[in-house]
Each structure stands twice: as C-alpha cells, then as structure tokens.
Design a protein around this ligand. Structure first.
Ligand code: KIV
Ligand code: ZN
Length: 541
C-alpha cells in the first residue's frame, strides 16, 4: 500500500460532526491507516501491568474482533511466558496480523519466527537503537556495526516471513544521515514496514511530520513500503505526533488501548482513531477499527492490567461524556451538539444510567453489563451476579460504578492462585489492631492472625505470614467508588520485588476487605512474574 505523496498540511475551517464527511465515502487505499496495537507488548512493559496468558488471549480476541490490523502480541525471547503468549495468540487470531518483537540477534529473530509461525498472517518486528546515546551506552556498538546488524536482522527475519517490520529505536534523537542510511539498509534487506519510534516522547508534531516526510520521499524505495509511527507520551504529544506522521504519509500507527505503556505511555488507540473519525474533514484517512468496542476494550485492559483509567481521559474516561455544570446540562438538553463533538454510542457508551437494587434479577444484571460494555463467560457471569447480590444486600442502590468495580475485580482475579476467603479485623483507639485472615492457596485454606500498627498493617502482616515475601509496598491508595457512607472502597496496592513491579486492585464496602483483596491480587501477579522469569521490560530498552 503506497502512501500519498502530497504530505502537505490541509487548512480548512472546522466542521461539526454533522458536516464531517463519513470516512466510508472516501475509501481510497492510499488513505487507509493501519492500526497496529501494542498493548500486549509495549503496554505490558509498564511497571506493574503484568497480564496472565488468559488475560492476553482475551485482549487479543477483542482486538481482533474490533478490526485492529496488526496485534503485537509480545517479545518472544524475553521469557517463556511471552513466547507462549505470542504462540497461543497466533493460533487464535482470525483476521489480524500477529507480530512478535525481536532485537537484532539471530536467537531473538528465530524465537520470534517460531512464535508467530502459527499465525495466518505472521510478522516479525526487529529493532535496534540508532541514536548516539543508545549506541554508545546501551549497545556499545559502533555505527558501522549497527548498520551491519540492520541488514543481518532484516534478512534473517525475511527467512521466516515476507512481512518484516524494522524500527530504529530512539529514531527521533538519531543523527539524520545515519537514520537515513539505516532505513535504506533495512529496505534493501527486505523490510516491508519501517517504524519510526519516538522512544522517549521527545519530538513535536512539526518536527516528526518533517522527519517522516523526508524519510518517505528521499530514501530509495521509500515509496514502496509502509511508514509507521510509534510515539510515546512523555510530553503529552503522542497522539498529536502520530497524526502529524500520518499527514506526512505514514500509513500505520502503533498505539495501545488506554495509552498504556512505559512511563507516560504510548499514543492511545481510541484517541487516534476517534480524532481521524471525528475530524475527517482535516484528517481525510480511514481505518477498519470498530470504535463502538472502545469502552469494552478500555475496561478489559484496565481490569487485566490493574491500571485504572483517569476520570478525565479522552474518549474512555468516566467523565469524557458527562456534563456536570448547569449551563452545559442546559445546553445538552436543548441540543447534544452544543457540548458534544462525538456521540457516546460511537465509542460504545450506553446512555442508560439506571441503577440496580437487590430485587434485580439475572436478566437485568446481564442487560446492565452489556450496557456498560462487558461480556462475561458463564462462570464469570455467575460469580459476578453472586457478588452483585451480596453487594445489593449491603447497599440500597447499586450504581454503574459499583458494578464496574465489581466486574473489573472479577475479570482480574479469575486465574488467581491465592484468594481471600474470610477476614476479621479488630480496630479502634485501644490498639494494637488485629486481623485474622483465611486465604485459599491452590485450593487449600490457611488462616493466620497478626497485629499491626493500624488495621491495614495488621491485615497485610497476616497475609504475609501465609505468603512470605520481601516485596516493598510503595503505594497503598483508597478511593470511594460512589458517594455515601455505604460506598464501596476501591483500593490499589503496588508491590516491588527486585525489577518486578506489580499492581493489584480490590473493591468492597468494607475497606479492610478491599485492602486484603488488592494486596492478594498484587501477590498473585508477583508469583506470576517470578514464574515468567526476567521481565520483557529490561530486555526491550
Ligand atoms: O519505543 C520504542 O522504541 C519501542 C521499540 C521497541 C519499537 O517500543
Ligand atoms: Zn515503545
């Protein structure tokens, strides 16, 4: 697919949603932007965002259903767990290309080739740093050695598949001449996509536009391959930079659901797609992604990664479509376009805000889940319904946020080896506070008692007595899910053990139970990380 040669800025007057031409009317191949999702690779590299194999399969299946073009499923050489995840995802994905990441060495490339070979459309994505600072300190390689490694890695990858992507890591801080020579070498060796990572989120739209435009138009063969954007969000410009790259002729955007990713994250998939769909008058491109699945995908990724979505996050944040102030509400009642540039339904958000009570049955609960963007399997549904009934016994009205907290926890804990069975806490001014907890570990129950400096300390000490570990607790945070004294508490816990950082979430009307659940959820992830061996994060950059 060759990109348009023009690459010049279009300056038109802004239009309302009603006047923007629907993307479908202009389905010209040269304007199609491929959506490359790297939630399962770059997203999972965020400290604490470890996902289980089951989680990854669920996310991959939803991305495929959503119409994402390429799914980067992992970094096969980084661990046996990643290799298995890429292999299994390659087997289940029906339409999307499945991609595995590799450094430049033969072992990396072959491991990625082995993992993606089961896919209908396999891709190997090889990368190597090209900036002076990375070559000197990280690689300890001379430029000529890097150039040779580019040719070697791409040629080796081409032995496994015709679909080979190459990335000059830290491209935006690379000397232009050298970057051009590396990209040219990769094209000559057979790369079909060249991705230009803004690895440290350093570039600005004008600069990135010019870089992509020059690469695409000046390198021999540059018009025959797909150019791709990969922007990190350190300065909050990942989406703007990605779109500037597309205007310069890039036809693939690398992005993640919820913008998940290292440090400040990657360009958010839902944001780049909705920018193109909503401002199609000035961004006249199209893609095959079904935006009505965004809310569902956002919730799934937030639940399995234990990375909550900020309330005011564009497109999928809880407040993205809510109007609080009187003036705005009045305007909205008169006409929704007064304050709304997108319709909530276009991203999969239901208008319904009806809450449920203890008399609500399975059908009402199922409807509510659907409206909130969840689809649970039978067992998970039954468990969630049972927990909803327990909650409705304690709270008069169960709000949408309560159900979201409950289901997120259900989704996140389905494969947990350790579960909270019972907890009793003695707290108050008298001290010392005491906790007695029963945990289920691989089906067997264990009970311990501990006292501590406050009830939370006592609960965590009792858990530690059953599951000994040396992890540090850098974060313990409590938030109320809704208003009122009977609101559920949502607790977030972060544990750090060596290079492994994991996050757990728990919700309950009892803050101590929520705390125990969050701590145990983080411990489950820590166990999984220990089994997986060295983290992908350390190897990728
Ligand atoms: O940000 C980056 O440079 C990357 C590469 C591995 C593509 O994620
Ligand atoms: Zn990246």
């Amino acid at each position: 697919m060759a990109a348009s040669k023009s690459g010049t800025d279009t300056a038109k007057s802004p239009s309302t949603p009603g006047s923007a031409k629907p993307a479908k009317e202009r389905r010209d191949d040269k304007d199609r932007v491929l959506i490359f999702d790297t939630t399962l690779r770059d997203g999972e590299q965020s400290p604490g965002a470890a996902m289980t194999l089951e989680d990854k399969l669920k996310v991959a299946a939803l991305l495929d259903e959503m119409g994402v073009d390429i799914i980067e499923a992992g970094f096969p050489i980084s661990s046996n767990g990643d290799f298995e995840a890429v292999t299994e995802i390659a087997k289940i994905v029906k339409n999307a290309t499945v991609c595995g990441l590799a450094r430049a060495g033969a072992a990396d490339i072959d491991r990625a080739g082995e993992a993606v070979k089961h896919a209908k459309r396999p891709r190997i994505h090889s990368f190597l740093s090209t900036s002076p600072v990375h070559m000197k300190y990280k690689l300890q390689m001379e430029p000529h050695q890097v150039l040779e490694a580019v040719t070697f890695s791409v040629s080796r990858a081409r032995k496994w598949t015709d679909d080979v992507e190459w990335s000059p890591e830290d491209a935006t801080r690379t000397e232009r001449d050298f970057l051009f020579r590396c990209c040219e070498a990769a094209i000559k060796a057979g790369a079909t996509t060249i991705n230009i990572p803004d690895t440290v989120g350093y570039t600005v739209p004008e600069e990135y536009y010019q870089l992509i435009y020059d690469l695409r138009t000046k390198i021999p063969g540059g018009d025959k391959i797909v150019w791709s954007t990969h922007c990190h969000n350190d300065l909050g410009m990942a989406v703007a930079n990605s779109l500037a790259g597309v205007r310069a002729g890039a036809r693939q955007i690398e992005c993640t659901i919820n913008g998940l990713g290292e440090r400040a994250g990657n360009a958010a998939l839902e944001e780049v797609v909705m920018a193109i769909n909503t401002r199609n008058d000035v961004l006249p491109y199209w893609n095959k992604v079904d935006a009505t699945k965004f809310v569902r995908a956002s919730k799934l990724v937030a639940a399995v990664s234990a990375f909550p979505v900020q309330y005011n996050k564009a497109i999928v944040g809880r407040n993205a479509f809510s109007h609080e102030s009187g003036i705005h509400q009045d305007g909205m009642l008169k006409h929704h376009e007064t304050y709304e540039i997108m319709e909530p339904e276009s991203v999969g958000l239901s208008k319904s805000t009806l809450s449920l009570g203890k008399l609500s049955g399975r059908a009402a609960f199922r409807d509510k889940l659907k409206a909130l963007g969840y689809e649970l399997g039978d067992n998970a549904f039954q468990d969630a319904f049972r927990r909803f009934k327990d909650l409705a016994d304690k709270k008069k009205l169960v709000f949408d946020e309560d159900i979201e907290a409950l289901v997120d926890q259900e989704v996140a804990s389905q494969t947990d080896r350790i579960k909270v069975v019972a907890l009793t806490v003695i707290a108050g001014t008298g001290g010392p506070q005491k906790a007695t907890i029963t945990l289920e570990i691989d089906g067997r129950h264990e009970t311990r008692e501990a006292s501590g400096d406050g009830p939370v300390d006592a609960v965590f000490k009792a858990i530690k007595a059953i599951v000994p570990h040396e992890a540090r607790l850098p974060l313990y945070q409590v938030m109320a899910v809704t208003e009122g004294t009977d609101a559920q508490a949502e607790v977030m816990v972060r544990l750090e053990e060596g290079d492994n950082t994991v996050t757990g979430r728990g919700a309950d009307t009892d803050t101590m139970v929520a705390s125990a659940r969050a701590y145990v959820s983080a411990l489950n992830k820590l166990l999984m990380r220990r089994e997986r061996g060295p983290s992908a994060q350390r190897m990728a950059s």
